[in-house]
Design a protein around this ligand. Structure first.
Ligand SMILES: Nc1ncnc2c1ncn2[C@@H]1O[C@H](COP(=O)(O)OP(=O)(O)OP(=O)(O)O)[C@@H](O)[C@H]1O
Length: 332
């Protein structure tokens, strides 16, 4: 299980900070697919980097901690914390970064990329045995072992993405993080990738985190999900609840903007733009775009409210006390 406790992370630009992740709390449970959704630039990729301990300048964690709770061979509890998690890459946690073409070495065959990435973590085996094991695993994932001899540019975008997923899951890590795994692929290929991810997760019974700006992806394969806005996680809950009973005005607008079968009404995007993460506004960060914002929303940050079993949202409108205070203020 992976847990984020009050995590803030920022890009240190020397004269200013980009506060890309702000006091984020949630957990990814065993045997589930957890989705992270939100507009471009809201901090989704940064959050994934924080989760897998990929912290390189100018990114830094300014507050909070990330923990992976696991067990050793004898079943004794083991906790990996940020700063140490990167030592367990591939075996405990693995990461499928955004943009399959850019993360692969263009002048190296897929086989060598597999060997380079995993051979030092794999139980000692000679090259031939390891290659046979990789080929068998590729077959299991419906990929021809022929791809091992190919260069990345010889594969289609969908094949490259499948190879990256195969690489990230080969050592059966407990947690797999995937950043926009279906972006830039056509819908048929997208469906194939989602089916593959879902099948791999079911087979391993591990945890998966999928970042995508596409709500359709979350609807199709995630069990629980979180909605990010301007560096903050503003709603978390079971995916079915997020779609049928969204609580934060931003989530409601995201869901309402989705096309529905039989509904021919014109869909509108969310007017306005997200705030700068260099100088985020006081109060609720969505207030400037929120059609139901109260005065309080522009001055005080909302607390997190539990609105159903395991369903949380940060909005003053969910607090009778906050609404009463607003009414009193206007009545005064
Ligand atoms: N290396 C960097 N240096 C400075 N700022 C950065 C860096 N990488 C990202 N940012 C900023 O951090 C914020 C969050 O970016 P991030 O890439 O995490 O968002 P995202 O939600 O994943 O966006 P997208 O969906 O477009 O990938 C943005 O304001 C972005 O401009």
């Amino acid at each position: 299980m992976l847990r984020l406790k009050n995590v803030s992370a920022q890009y240190n630009m020397l004269t200013e900070y980009v506060k890309a992740v702000d006091h984020v709390n949630f957990e990814v449970r065993k045997n589930e697919i957890f989705g992270i959704a939100g507009e471009s630039g809201c901090g989704k990729s940064t959050l994934l980097k924080v989760m897998c301990d990929l912290i390189n300048y100018p990114l830094e964690i300014s507050e909070g901690s990330v923990e992976i709770h696991s067990t050793d061979k004898n079943g004794n509890p083991l906790v990996y914390k940020n700063g140490d998690i990167h030592k367990s890459w591939w075996k405990i946690i693995s990461y499928v970064p955004q943009g399959a073409m850019h993360v692969m070495n263009p002048v190296t065959r897929i086989k060598s990329q597999f060997f380079d990435a995993i051979s030092k973590y794999h139980d000692k085996k000679n090259k031939k045995e390891l290659e046979a094991e990789i080929a068998a695993y590729l077959k299991e994932l419906e990929l021809s072992p022929e791809v091992l001899n190919a260069y990345p540019h010889q594969l289609s975008g969908g094949m490259r993405q499948r190879v990256l997923i195969a690489l990230a899951t080969f050592l059966h890590p407990e947690i797999v993080l995937a950043d926009e795994p279906t972006t830039a692929l056509d819908v048929i290929v997208q469906r194939g990738i989602l089916t593959m991810l879902s099948r791999v997760q079911k087979k391993m019974g591990n945890s998966m985190v999928i970042v995508s700006h596409d709500m359709g992806v979350h609807y199709q394969i995630t069990n629980r999900m979180g909605i990010m806005y301007a560096g903050q996680m503003i709603e978390v809950g079971p995916t079915e609840q997020i779609f049928t009973n969204p609580q934060h005005p931003y989530t409601k607008m995201l869901i309402n903007a989705l096309p529905k079968v039989g509904d021919n009404s014109q869909k509108e995007g969310i007017p306005g733009t997200p705030p700068s993460l260099k100088q985020p506004p006081a109060g609720c960060r969505f207030a400037a775009r929120c059609p139901v914002a109260m005065d309080l929303c522009r001055t005080r940050e909302p607390a997190r409210y539990e609105v159903g079993a395991g369903h949380f949202a940060n909005c003053h409108l969910l607090s009778d006390m906050d609404i009463a205070a607003e009414v009193e203020r206007h009545g005064a």
